[in-house]
Design a protein around this ligand. Structure first.
Ligand SMILES: Nc1ncnc2c1ncn2[C@@H]1O[C@H](COP(=O)(O)OP(=O)(O)OP(=O)(O)O)[C@@H](O)[C@H]1O
Ligand SMILES: [Mg+2]
Length: 266
């Protein structure tokens, strides 16, 4: 029975923010299901409600309309575990890399040996062994971002939310991290919602790609990527299906980016 129940079910979700003088409608009528183990990537113009959507999924914000369920249970009552890599780097500056990655296990009362083993195993898998005793300021941006990602995975959440995790990185580092992420998520069988402003990244990493409209954010298009896994990210751009999707999705996204740039869609 539970097999076919989506792990995430958003039904007609709206989110508005009431200010002193006006109300901003961030999301409108957002309806979407995710299956267990699916990687959903989302693109959309700046300000269209992508982070708001992740905040709702993380249960940090409540929808002003519609419903959210996890495995058929209302989000408020669901015990589903969620890992969140937010848009800004949130490593604690006073803790070492290892101390940061262990933190979610520490607050869950996991014993020192177990948490050390789990944290070290993840750090090794993203090439950070040897850096565990460094403080965040001693690490590069790419290293810190890997730290943020493994910290979100360390307590084995059912769902992982990522908000433009590679946005600030150079192209080579981004490719390396994309590859590490796809391996890690496949090994750990995670359901992932991944926001990016990079359409190529959205296709390379996603099972499905969602294009959002300019604000208020709605779903404009959903496409199934349909490329085999594991994917060779160095050469994925040469595959005709990739090119075809890129062109179709860009045609769809471009109009929304222009609209957002003109300050429309308020
Ligand atoms: N707490 C808040 N209070 C008031 N308005 C908010 C709040 N959070 C978001 N908004 C507004 O909601 C809209 C969507 O914001 P959001 O951060 O979700 O966009 P985004 O798609 O993530 O943009 P970006 O790509 O730039 O990160 C914006 O107009 C923003 O000003
Ligand atoms: Mg955002």
């Amino acid at each position: 029975m539970v097999q076919d129940t989506p792990i995430i079910e958003l039904a007609n979700v709206d989110r508005s923010f009431s200010g002193r003088s006006k109300t901003v409608e961030a999301l409108r009528d957002f309806t979407l299901d995710l299956r267990d183990g699916e990687v959903l990537t989302i693109v959309g113009p700046s300000g269209c409600g992508k982070s708001t959507l992740l905040n709702i999924l993380a249960r940090l914000e409540k929808p002003t309309g519609g419903t959210l369920s996890f495995r058929g249970v209302d989000a408020e009552k669901s015990g589903v575990q969620i890992g969140y890599v937010t848009q800004s780097d949130t490593l604690f500056p006073w803790r070492t890399l290892l101390g940061n990655v262990e933190y979610p296990l520490e607050i869950r009362g996991v014993s020192k040996n177990v948490r050390r083993e789990r944290a070290m195993s993840l750090l090794e898998r993203v090439g950070l062994a040897g850096f565990e005793d460094r403080l965040p300021f001693e690490l590069s941006g790419g290293m810190r971002q890997r730290g943020n990602i493994v910290r979100a995975l360390v307590y084995d959440p059912d769902i992982v939310l990522m908000d433009e995790p590679f946005g600030a990185l150079d192209a080579q580092t981004r490719l390396l991290l994309q590859d590490q992420l796809q391996r890690l998520c496949a090994e750990e069988r995670k359901t992932v919602v991944f926001i990016t402003h990079d359409l190529q990244e959205a296709i390379a990493l996603g099972d499905r790609v969602v294009v959002m409209t300019a604000r208020p954010g709605r779903i404009k298009m959903i496409r199934t990527v349909g490329l085999e896994r594991p994917r060779d990210l160095n050469h994925i751009h040469e595959i005709p299906r990739f090119q075809e999707l890129l062109s179709e999705l860009w045609d769809c996204l471009r109009d929304e980016v222009l609209l957002a740039g003109q300050g429309s869609g308020k």
